[in-house]
Design a protein around this ligand. Sequence first.
Ligand SMILES: NC(=O)c1ccc[n+]([C@@H]2O[C@H](COP(=O)([O-])OP(=O)(O)OC[C@H]3O[C@@H](n4cnc5c(N)ncnc54)[C@H](O)[C@@H]3O)[C@@H](O)[C@H]2O)c1
Length: 327
Amino acid sequence: MAKMLRAGVMGLGGISGVHLQQYSQAEGVDLVAGADLRPAAVEAAVDKYGITGYADWRDMLDQADLDVVSVCTPPFLHREMALEAMSRGVHVICEKPIAASTEDAEAMAEAARTSKALLMIAYCHRWHPTILKTKELIDDGTLGKPLLYRCAFAGWIEFADNHRAVKSMSGGGALMDNGSHAADIYQFLLGKIANVSCRAGTRVQAMETDDEAVMIFEGENGCYGEILVGYSLPGDHTEFKIVGENGVLRLADYFGGPVKFQPKGSGDWIDHAITPGDRFEGEFANFLAAVRGEAQLISTAETALHIHRVVTAAYADAESKGVAVPR
Ligand SMILES: NC(=O)c1ccc[n+]([C@@H]2O[C@H](COP(=O)([O-])OP(=O)(O)OC[C@H]3O[C@@H](n4cnc5c(N)ncnc54)[C@H](O)[C@@H]3O)[C@@H](O)[C@H]2O)c1
């Protein structure tokens, strides 16, 4: 029987619930430890999962004899935590975005290239059932040459007191947080992004970072793209569409499916049913299989570094405000 993998989690806030749950239900994994600065967060995880809790993540690495660890802290801590774990031979699944600065993102990608320990960046939408079905319809030629990509992840979330509101902790607001998901979905489906333009600003909430952003771009394959994100918009604006030479792919319900396809010249929509599943289950299955040497990582430090560069370039363009219209 394969060796049980001893798992721990650094940072026991919002997203850690997914990591704790996935480890606790995965076969061949023993969830043994968790660390957080906040005693209440440690206590809650200890009570729920029967793990050993730590106030200091370095003590956890020293004492818990981990094989795999999750980094679930704000982005400015990702580099220090991930690289320390990897230097001890512990495989890492680190939350997105990869880091808060380009220097950190590049250091993490370099470590991933040279270390024996694996580093996955948790861009979970790569395992989302509607995205997987969309990928099938692109890869089998149904869509044809891609012409236009549009993804909106926008609505209302209060983040004024959150790490996402502080540039040095997060690297950016709505565009770095949710726009990076939308850009990574493009990368997963259609390839790398060649150039970007952007408007990003702080419109409503008391934040240092952007609470609304619109990014347009061109893929290396010539496809034009548009990403709209926001924390401060009334209503839900989740929208996903790709237009290709052969027709239009659209998700009427991003989370539930089906994937709809309208062939060129037809008014009818064909529904493609999704294979039911859970993006986090898929993500952890890939990470654990890669750790066991049975699969390649699907979301890597390299792909996440590309997304960091895309978002950083978009912020730089947003500063310039484009070409002023003559009055
Ligand atoms: N994949 C997704 O869909 C998804 C969803 C939510 C969050 N995230 C990502 O997960 C990361 C964390 O976000 P969150 O919403 O869970 O944040 P959060 O603020 O809810 O949780 C972060 C936790 O880290 C702890 N922490 C901070 N400094 C620490 C330190 N030095 N040692 C130990 N613990 C420390 C905090 O006390 C807190 O409990 C971010 O990178 C975010 O972008 C990803």
